[in-house]
Each structure stands twice: as structure tokens, then as C-alpha cells.
Design a binder for this molecule. Structure first.
Ligand SMILES: O=C(O)CCC(=O)C(=O)O
Ligand SMILES: [Fe+2]
Length: 497
């Protein structure tokens, strides 16, 4: 955020210089106009002094004026502005931010009018109100995703704001007019089957611009469509589980307890506070397991190396653009990045879980910004034919929360009715595998989109082989209920209708 603000400051300074230059030029030109006008007012064509003066101005001065007008100006400022572009947000940054906003609204079903003034789920935040352009962009994302009623709501706000704008001239540079917004409204209303509303928009536009043949063609067509009984077209269904899962209210769990772990000599001195969150499969949170200084150190070590997380296709090709499935920045910290810190963090994972960190993956640091999320997934791998398997599957995930998040950002296990709020300093641990080593679908989880704040986590995945003699694999286990995608997903998807 800070680099963006300083970029904006620099751009403003350059534009101010440019505007100063233009103002100076304008005052010169006004001077020339005044001189010529004065001369015309005092018309003494018979006076030879006057004739001389006029001739001089129109010959000698005029040449200089032409020269002045042809001069290239603002060249330096334009070059400076172009140079700034290198550090400015890219198309990917912009799309990521825009889709982040879209994700927030559609996940939490925020009211567009409230969202645009920073009122998020009943809490008012200080922010700059959305303007016409933001409303239009939000509407366009809804439109592109075939959510036409949502698009119409945003376009309506855009029109209202455009009409209330005292200086709508400022939109000319973007080719924007109220007629253009009415066209978008008409298209959105028509696409959702609201033909009467579409006709109203078209009528309004025609009143603004009688000469446009476009509207003359639309009106009879829409009149015809709106004469038959209106049936709203159903919205495109949502394919993501995380959206309903993140807005669901989960019932409080019973029969869970807190413990103090003190089974080793060290833990006798400093017992770990453990809170059970789920019994089968086991999910626990261990409190105050990482100190503030360690958190600061982790952020400092990782920050310069964080990269937008990439997604791979099934053919292992990188999807270059930002991903709508995982929007956060990540990096891996090697154990030698800071020997003592890593050793201590590993030791605490071992103390909490009783498992071995031998052959575990390097610590992954992730940072989610506004709208950042991770869609539903399991951490264990289903396939058996990759180098991933050298040390066995990911038996547990141990996740240190390195920040609190004001709103959103919870880790949710939708099939277990479990929402875990980020708690700075705590370690969340869950088993990804059943005792017989097969993946446990019940621990499918999501990281909900961030509404306010930013989320930092450090994740350690422990591997199965190192636990061979610690967590023996019984010959027989009581299998959990079979995964039945149809029943379970319907449970969530229905909520989305
Ligand atoms: O951010 C979270 O809460 C979950 C992260 C996660 O599931 C992962 O990195 O695999
Ligand atoms: Fe995960």
C-alpha cells in the first residue's frame, strides 16, 4: 500500500509541474490575445504609426508566437510519468484487486450501497467512497460473470452518482456519459429477463438523445419483449464452496475441552495451552506458541521474497495470471534462513503434536491482503506418482497465525461445521490423513476472503514416513462416512440460491 501511495504522490507532483507549465503558456497566449484586441479597438488605419505597429505585430511578433505555439512542452513531465509506469500496478494487479472486491461482495452478500461507503457487515470503516468509475467496474465484473441482477444494482449506483456529480465533464476523458450507463443498465436488465425495466432505461436514454438511431431500434424490440409475462432468468450457479461456507453461521460444538500439555520435562516448566476444536478428525489450537519478536522476524525475513502464489494446471503448467482460487503471496523459508528461530518453531510443533518434523517441508509464509482467500482444498495429495511422495503424504498441517484479522480471513472446515478465527500467536493443527494413510475428505478447508486487515500465516506440513514408529498404522480402522459430493455440496450450494 505504501509504495502505491508514494507513487501517487510522485505522479501528482509531476502533473502539478505540467499544469504549471500549461498555466504559464495560457497566460502568454492570453497576453497576445489582449494585445491584438486592444489594437483592433483603437482603429486608426490612417495613422502611419498605427500601421507600423500593426504590421510589426502581425509580421514580427506573429512569427515568434507561432514558434512559441509549436514548441514541444511538458516533454519532461510526460517522460517522467511514463517512467513511473514501470512501478505502477499492472493489469494483473488491477484485475486481482477488482476480483477481490467482487469476491467480497458475492461471498458475504454485501449490499453494494453499504459496501461502497465502507460499511462492512454492520461496521463502518473510514474509507473513500466509491465513485462512478468504481461502480461501473464492479458492475462489469458481475456482468462478465453473468450475474446480471448484481450488475444492474452496481450500474444503477453509477448512474445515480453520475447524475449527482456537479462536474460530470471530468468523465469525458473516459468516454463516459449517462447515455452510456443507461445502455449498460438496459443490457443487464434484459439479460436477466427484466424487459420492462430494460424498456424504461431505453426510454430514458432516448429522451436524452433523440437523434440516436440505436435507441429507436431498441424501443420497439423491448416493447415486444415486455408485452409477454416476465420470467426472471435464473442466475448462474456458484461453483465455489468457500462462498456459502464463509458466510455460514456454525453451531457451537459440545464436549470439547482445553488441556495443559506437560508431558516432557520442558513442557513441565512451560506447558502448552491446547484447545480442542474437533475430535474426529482431531483439530486443535495451541495458544501463545509464537512470540511477537519471532513473528516480526518471520515477516522481515520473508517480506522481500513474497510472490503472488501461482496455480498449476493438471499438466503442471503455471497459470500466469492471478488466480481466482488462491489470492495471496507466499514464499518458503529454508531452515538455515535463521537457524535458532526455525529450530524453535519446529520444536514447538513437535511438542504440540508429538510428531517428528524430520523430512517436513520448508516453512511456508503466506500473506493475504483485502479480498485474499484460498478456495476449498485438501492439503494431502491424492496421486501417488510424483516426487512429492518421497517422504510420504502430508500427515498434518501445523499453521501458525502471525496476525489477527479484523473481519474475514477465518480458516473454515465446512464439512465439520468449524470456523477458526485467526488468533495471532496460536498454532492450528489438523490431521489430513486417516490412520490407514488415506486422505480424509472431512478436513477440506478454505481461507475466507479478508474484509478488513491482512492475514499472515506460517505453515508447516509434516510428512507421513517420519512418523512411522510414532503413529503406527492399525490394520483396521473405522472408516468415516463416504464422501458423497452430491449430497454434501448440495447442502452448501442450496444456501447460495
Ligand atoms: O490460510 C489459511 O487459513 C489456510 C491455509 C491453507 O489451507 C494452506 O496454505 O494450505
Ligand atoms: Fe490448506
Amino acid at each position: 500500500m505504501l509504495p502505491l501511495l508514494s507513487l501517487k504522490e510522485k505522479a501528482v507532483r509531476i502533473l502539478q509541474n505540467y499544469a504549471d507549465d500549461l498555466r504559464k503558456r495560457l497566460s502568454h497566449i492570453k497576453l497576445a490575445i489582449n494585445q491584438l484586441e486592444n489594437l483592433l479597438k483603437t482603429n486608426h488605419s490612417s495613422n502611419s504609426f498605427y500601421t507600423f505597429k500593426l504590421t510589426r505585430q502581425l509580421y514580427f511578433d506573429w512569427q515568434n508566437w507561432l514558434h512559441f505555439l509549436k514548441e514541444k512542452h511538458g516533454f519532461e513531465e510526460i517522460t517522467n510519468l511514463q517512467n513511473l509506469r514501470e512501478n505502477m500496478p499492472t493489469k494483473i494487479d488491477y484485475n486481482e484487486a477488482l476480483y477481490g472486491m467482487y469476491r467480497l461482495q458475492s461471498t458475504y452478500r454485501l449490499d453494494p450501497a453499504e459496501m461502497s461507503i465502507g460499511l462492512l457487515r454492520g461496521k463502518q470503516y473510514r474509507c473513500k467512497k466509491f465513485g462512478v468509475l468504481e461502480y461501473l467496474m464492479m458492475g462489469s465484473v458481475f456482468y462478465l460473470d453473468e450475474k446480471f441482477q448484481g450488475a444492474e444494482r452496481w450500474f444503477k449506483l453509477a448512474l445515480e452518482n453520475y447524475n449527482n456529480e456537479s462536474n460530470s465533464k471530468k468523465f469525458d476523458i473516459f468516454g463516459l456519459s449517462n447515455e452510456f450507463i443507461l445502455k449498460l443498465l438496459m443490457k443487464a436488465a434484459q439479460s436477466s429477463g427484466r424487459y420492462k425495466a430494460a424498456l424504461e432505461y431505453a426510454n430514458k436514454a432516448q429522451n436524452l438523445n433523440q437523434s440516436q438511431t440505436f435507441w429507436h431500434q431498441q424501443i420497439p424490440r423491448l416493447k415486444k419483449l415486455s408485452s409477454i409475462p416476465e420470467v426472471l432468468k435464473p442466475e448462474k450457479p456458484n461453483h465455489f464452496l468457500f462462498k456459502p461456507a464463509c458466510r455460514m453461521e456454525y453451531p457451537a460444538k459440545k464436549y470439547l475441552r482445553c488441556h495443559l500439555l506437560h508431558y516432557s520435562p520442558f513442557l513441565q516448566l512451560a506447558p502448552i495451552k491446547m484447545e480442542e476444536l474437533n475430535l474426529d478428525p482431531p483439530i486443535n489450537i495451541y495458544h501463545n506458541l509464537i512470540h511477537n519478536e519471532e513473528i516480526v522476524l518471520l515477516k522481515t525475513l520473508s517480506n522481500p521474497h513474497l510472490k503472488r502464489s501461482m496455480f498449476f494446471t493438471s499438466a503442471n503448467e503455471v497459470i500466469e495470471d492471478f488466480s481466482n482460487l488462491r489470492t495471496c503471496k507466499t514464499m518458503r523459508l529454508k531452515d538455515n534462513a535463521h537457524h535458532n528461530l526455525m529450530k524453535n518453531l519446529n520444536q514447538r510443533v513437535m511438542d504440540a503434536t508429538g510428531l517428528d518434523v524430520k523430512d517436513s517441508e520448508e516453512l511456508q509464509i503466506s500473506n493475504y491482503g483485502i479480498g485474499g482467500h484460498l478456495y476449498e482444498h485438501q492439503d494431502s495429495a491424492q496421486s501417488t506418482n510424483s516426487s512429492f511422495w518421497k517422504y510420504g503424504n502430508r500427515i498434518i498441517t501445523a499453521l501458525y497465525y502471525l496476525s489477527d484479522v479484523e473481519q474475514g480471513g477465518e480458516t473454515v472446515f465446512p464439512y465439520l461445521d468449524l470456523r477458526v478465527h485467526t488468533q495471532k500467536g496460536s498454532l492450528l493443527v489438523w490431521y489430513n490423513l486417516l490412520l490407514n494413510g488415506t486422505c480424509d475428505w472431512r478436513v477440506t478447508h478454505v481461507s475466507c476472503p479478508i474484509l478488513k486487515g491482512d492475514k499472515w500465516i506460517a505453515t508447516k506440513w509434516l510428512r507421513e514416513n517420519a512418523q512411522m514408529f510414532i503413529r503406527p498404522c492399525p490394520l483396521k480402522i473405522k472408516p468415516p462416512q463416504e464422501y458423497n459430493a452430491k449430497i454434501i455440496d448440495k447442502m452448501f450450494m442450496n444456501e447460495n440460491l
